[in-house]
Design a protein around this ligand. Structure first.
Ligand code: FAD
Length: 325
């Protein structure tokens, strides 16, 4: 960014604290615009959350790098938003720059190696269906996980005894100093729903997964459909949620502990412990992030009293939750 442009942007930024009307800043040499006060509720599966102070959705690596540079130059914290399916965004919104990966898109299936290379913003369910239609096995289990490739790599998303770590060959990340690095599975420190990328300031830009081509597409599609159907019947997919709220404290299932504590159906505001699956907290319509946050804390407290087990949230809570809204 040229210094004159940076000076203009600083001027925009200083005016924004006094005046929160919507502003747009064009990122030079990209087709990318940074906008202020963008509501995030439409970008999260919970359908709650306040605005991003600044929001950008780059369409390529250069625009992503320019966005990161913008944040650095203006001393703004960066939050990465994938498909928003594992996020609880505060009603007060998120300070700093929210970078959404939704427009980082491409996928390449290599029949020679059986590997598929994907941009971070690709959808996991769409990928599972695409692989099934080609007769490539290895992603049938993922069809019910409504996340992006980047989010799945960071979270080590998994279901039906499989997870991303089982099939990941490598992930490309953008480091805070603007370099692209390729990390293999061992370097990502994977464990149950966890990787070293959680809480780090590296941004996943691309991933390569190992699949098995050559199966009968009809068979792979049938198994994929079964997995999807199983989800629809056992989990409350018809209401906004983040999937499982808590990690399973092995050997227990969090849902079982919550159900045995008598919390199924318990409600705070419009947030409810789902009747169909107790590890889901659903937005019954019009819940605030604060309702959901309070219910999470209530469930943790009641389960701890009953079982002396502290449930650890799997959902990432972003923004201010410590003060009442
Ligand atoms: C109905 C439903 C069912 C679900 N079922 C499952 C399930 O079976 N198994 C499972 O594991 N999960 C499940 N989830 C949770 C969720 O879909 C996964 O955790 C998913 O991997 C999150 O991906 P995302 O793109 O939505 O990430 P987000 O929710 O957008 O982000 C999650 C975290 O990853 C970070 N992040 C996202 N993208 C990047 C990136 N490119 N680079 C760096 N950091 C990034 C974010 O900053 C945040 O900290 C479910 C959710 C819902 C709503």
């Amino acid at each position: 960014m040229k210094s004159s442009q940076a000076a203009i942007d600083v001027c925009y930024l200083s005016s924004v604290s006094a005046n929160i009307e919507s502003k747009e800043i064009y990122l030079p040499n990209t087709d990318c615009t940074i906008r202020s006060q963008v509501p995030l509720s439409g970008f999260t599966s919970y359908r709650v959350g306040g605005p991003a102070q600044w929001y950008v959705a780059p369409r390529n690596i250069e625009a992503l790098q320019a966005s990161v540079n913008f944040a650095k130059e203006h001393d703004l914290p960066v939050t990465i938003l994938g498909a928003g399916s594992n996020l609880l965004v505060s009603d007060r919104g998120i300070p700093g720059l929210v970078i959404a990966t939704r427009h980082l898109r491409y996928r390449h299936f290599d029949p020679e190696t059986g590997q598929v290379t994907l941009a971070a913003g690709e959808s996991i369910p769409a990928l599972a269906w695409a692989a099934a239609e080609l007769g490539w096995q290895g992603l049938e289990w993922a069809v019910g996980i409504p996340g992006s490739v980047g989010g799945a790599v960071v979270m080590n998303a998994g279901a039906h005894n499989s997870c991303i770590a089982d099939i990941l060959v490598s992930a490309q990340v953008l480091t805070p100093d603007g370099k692209l690095e390729t990390l293999n599975r061992e370097q990502l420190g994977y464990s149950y729903r966890s990787s070293i990328l959680q809480g780090s300031d590296r941004i996943v830009t691309q991933a390569t997964l190992q699949l098995q081509p050559g199966a009968d597409p009809a068979q792979v599609i049938a198994i994929t459909k079964q997995h999807k159907q199983h989800r629809l019947t056992t989990q409350p997919y018809h209401l906004p949620s983040c999937g499982s709220v808590f990690r399973n404290p092995k050997p227990y299932a969090a849902g079982w502990l919550i159900e045995q504590t008598g919390l199924k159906g318990y409600q705070i505001g419009k947030a409810q412990v789902a009747q169909r699956h107790a590890n889901f907290i659903v937005n019954c319509g019009g819940a605030s992030a604060w309702d959901i946050f309070n219910l999470i804390r209530h469930v943790q407290q009641r389960v701890q009293e009953r079982w002396s087990i502290v449930l650890e949230p799997e959902v990432k809570m972003i923004g201010e939750f410590s003060l009442a809204c």
